[in-house]
Ligand binder design. Structure first.
Ligand code: ATP
Ligand code: MG
Length: 162
């Protein structure tokens, strides 16, 4: 893995749901694989909404459920295999083995992981962390880019945040 010399980050101002979804669509247009994305933030902070909007832009037409109960949903698209995971309900990180995430890694895989802290230390390191915070009725996002695979994504997102 190529680690960037320093972590680059980007912060949005307050976004309504349309604005948050628009940013997720921008991310879809410059998505790369394989990619590990950690989605951090409180209950209801917008993690599933972001993933759903990204999947829509990637062309997925079906229902995008929150994986809260199933823990994991897979979406096979033409260029990507998106694996949407929600670890909120795992009792202990050791349960990750039963999910078999390792077996889902491929050159096309994009992991979107909600509540990644519940998987410590069994989860692969992230290329990108998106932190979602409540800002009144809206949400603020902080993107932290950890590896060089995200370089183009950084540029595209930076351009659309300005
Ligand atoms: N930018 C936004 N502004 C206002 N409301 C939003 C925004 N983004 C999402 N919401 C709303 O917040 C609610 C919760 O969103 P979501 O399910 O995406 O949260 P989550 O982070 O996945 O929560 P959980 O940790 O419970 O899975 C939804 O009703 C959604 O419509
Ligand atoms: Mg969610």
């Amino acid at each position: 893995m190529n680690v960037l010399p320093k972590i680059h980050s980007l912060e949005t101002g307050p976004l309504d749901e349309a604005g948050l979804s628009q940013l997720a669509a921008v991310m879809a247009t410059s998505l790369v694989a394989p990619l590990m994305v950690y989605l951090r933030g409180d209950l209801g902070a917008g993690k599933t909404t972001f993933t759903r909007a990204m999947l829509r832009k990637l062309g997925y037409k079906g229902i995008v459920k929150s994986p809260t109960y199933g823990l994991l949903e897979r979406y096979t698209l033409s260029h990507f295999e998106v694996v949407h995971v929600d670890l909120y309900r795992i009792a202990q990180a050791g349960e990750l083995e039963f999910l078999g995430l390792q077996d889902l890694h491929s050159s096309k895989s994009v992991f979107m992981i909600e509540w990644p802290e519940r998987g410590d230390p069994h989860l692969a390191a992230p290329d990108l962390t998106i932190r979602f915070s409540h800002a009144g009725t809206e949400r603020e996002l902080l993107f932290a880019f950890h590896t060089s695979i995200t370089e183009n994504l950084q540029i595209v997102l930076a351009n659309s945040i300005q």
